[in-house]
Design a protein around this ligand. Sequence first.
Ligand code: NAD
Length: 257
Amino acid sequence: GPVSLRGRTIVVTGANTGIGAAIAKLAGATGMNVVIDYVAHPELNQPLIDEIVAAGGQAIAVQADVTRVEHLQSLVDAAVDAYGRLDVWVNNAGVETRLSLLEDTEEKYDFVMDINMKGAYFGAQVAAKRFIAQGSRGVIVNVSSVHEDWPMPGNTAYCVAKGGLRMFAKNVGVELADHGIRVVNVAPGAISTPINKETEADPGKIKQLNESIPAGRIGQPSEVASVVLFVASDEASYMTATTVTVDGGITQGAAGL
Ligand code: NAD
């Protein structure tokens, strides 16, 4: 990752699997201090920490549910206790239910909206308050999705939440600009992570997916992580209140006419 990030402290939510783990690893290899937020599978934490330390970084794992504001605050406190400051906050935790409007329930809707949208909203709030209190600039990165702006019928609440994140980055990027805080969304297309394990396990489905992507293949978590760290770095100092898409061209696929 970019050298300007060396020695800085990053919190990544939902970081012991998939894209979050790739961000944590690359941050570690860049020489950052990494706070790995997780809710499940604590057995995944130590191997990840070992890998980060072996690559020259430092890391701790902290259990925190992003739907609980006091848990989000505990992540800020853990970062400050361990490393003295906070520089980059990545709202990465996300879930989908693959339900249409007509199939959805209040409980499933709340599950998706609370993790993807409320978690990012208050994650940004606790991070921004810390950046302001320590008198420093800081960066908030939201791992959103191409479904910020691209319908996926049958996955409605997810698209609504990610669409909300699109406006969230714009609105909050403007609100926080006076404080020197930048807010940038990174919108992945189809990436090989646990969220897509059913598609990847079905040879017919993965072939169809790969063929629908101009780049010819599903993306790797490391290919998203590199963009997250770039937008978090000083090299991206003029980027805020916007979204960067990392999708192998999937949203621009030509109509098969
Ligand atoms: P993933 O399932 O491996 O990662 C999601 C992580 O969020 C998991 O570690 C999970 O434990 C964590 N999480 C769930 N609920 C949480 C909570 N309440 N508090 C804290 N953490 C919680 O899948 P992924 O693909 O790595 O997803 C990471 C992000 O990337 C998500 O926001 C997802 O929407 C987004 N995304 C993924 C793809 C893709 O194709 N994989 C595409 C676009 C966007």
